[in-house]
Design a protein around this ligand. Sequence first.
Ligand code: B12
Ligand code: SF4
Length: 491
Amino acid sequence: MSVNKKVLLVDCPVAPKLLYDDRTKEIMYVKKAIEFYLDFRGGRNMLERKIKKSYTLGLLTIGAYLKEHGIEVEYISFPFDYGRFEDLLKNKDYALFTAMTPIYPYVRPLIQKAKEFNPGITTIFGGYHATALPAQILVEEPALDYVIVGEGEKPTLNLILSSGESDDLPGVISRSNMSKNRFKKFDLLTADEIPNADYSLLPGDKFEYRFNIQNTRGCPERCLYCQNGFFWKKVRTRPIDKIVKELLEIQSIFQPNFELHITDNIFTLDRKFLNDFKNAYYDNGVKLNFSCDIKAEYIDEEVVKLMDVINVKKAWMGFEDSSDLILVDSGRKNSFENNTKALKIIKEHSDIKVQGYWMLGLPGTTAESIQYNIDCIKYLLDEGLLEGISSDSLFVPLPGTPMYDMATLYGIKILDNDWLNYHRSQFFPVFETEQLSRTDLRDLLIYFEEEVITLQLKKYNMSRKDIIAHYESLLSKVLDDESVILEKRIF
Ligand code: B12
Ligand code: SF4
């Protein structure tokens, strides 16, 4: 069925300019150098992957869903294809925009430009930031017609089919229904209905893109600093045959053994699914390697063996903080002991390399708790349980999470409303807590990073100079590659 409507998906996978001074800039550089050194040391040269173009998966699944329903869809990625923006907008009925919180300041001018280039177009904004603050965004931005909250496929289709009668559509927020729909009714797909991303929408050579795959939407946990548990509502795992189709499509673009990142919140959530995945992997000639995110509560011997057998090479484990009290106050049902136990199981039963995520500044954080985290990291590195510590360490209270929406309840005072500063890859907190001022936290974070860098360099017997030289030699090889030229423009 053709609906005779044309949609432009506007992506904006930018890496924004961050607020570094010379010292923090150098720290971030060394952290990156260590991360790539560890990958390289483990036989994984990931730099080429990191430098590829990103895309928003959800725009490609919405695109697939609309196309399935007879709607014409095109995709544009800012800043790469910006030269074609005005032209592509000309014959379109709808322009769809997406953003995570710190990226919204880059997307807002694009929404305004879309209306300027085509005043008749209907502009729709969705995704994590939109879902957190629909009314505020609509009030602030006159060039925006609708905000869609939560999972976007169904509400977008319903809005397009509704021909303007949108007031009662679940998930669709407009200026006229803003107060009535403020309780954000979501309109969810069943697991079977979740479409595969339509990669044919991506312009140019697919090899230029940094592919991920998501098997499961949602997370059963409700950590107070995270949007995921609240955003996706129900946990749904896609049918294995659809997943296999997508894996084989990605495999055909890259070399065998390409390492694909699985973006499920907790890849090992469901043992039955892992078994199905393993069977499908071998029955269908999948040869990919994987990396994924894990949580200690969902790790045991059987699960680790399954991960190993399907070639998971690297996993990121969320510690967030080593203090159990801070975890409890953050709604995180876990403990340092449990994390350590999971790492021991992984070490004993697999070759999977694990990096730890830390997120410092949660309510209850003090100078003592930061020192305790450093001591715990030293223990884990000394025991060979962790390969290293992953990049961004700053906690940011993001809209859509209880720690932002009800900040005072958690002893957080928000001090900054500039979304650009809500990026975790920096050292400038947008808040203070009852225990720490903004500058105290910043200084402690710098201290933490310096100590953790020293611990890692010592473990691998490298100097700061060596690690940077190694990084720059890897980088120069990758930057000679023609396929990454476009990406360089945004660094
Ligand atoms: C993969 C990933 C990345 C990748 C790629 C991001 C991308 N462009 O897709 C990378 C590594 C680049 C990344 C980076 C960051 N990320 Co990230 N990322 C994820 C992750 C793990 C998966 C995203 C995903 O693919 N989801 C699945 C698809 C299907 O969902 P989706 O793309 O959001 O689309 C659906 C809905 O959101 C909605 N929707 C989305 N857009 C639109 C548009 C319209 C018009 C409509 C109607 C609907 C709609 O409908 C879609 C389909 O149902 C999520 C956590 C998770 N597991 O979900 C975090 C997550 C999205 N990231 C997050 C954050 C904060 C970041 C960073 C800002 C972190 C930082 N450093 O500060 C950076 C910013 C990047 C930058 N450019 O600087 C937060 C977002 C929270 C927020 N309020 O913004 C999340 C939720 C993690 C978390 N728990 O906090 N990320
Ligand atoms: S932090 Fe992880 S476990 Fe907690 S709600 Fe978010 S995705 Fe789920």
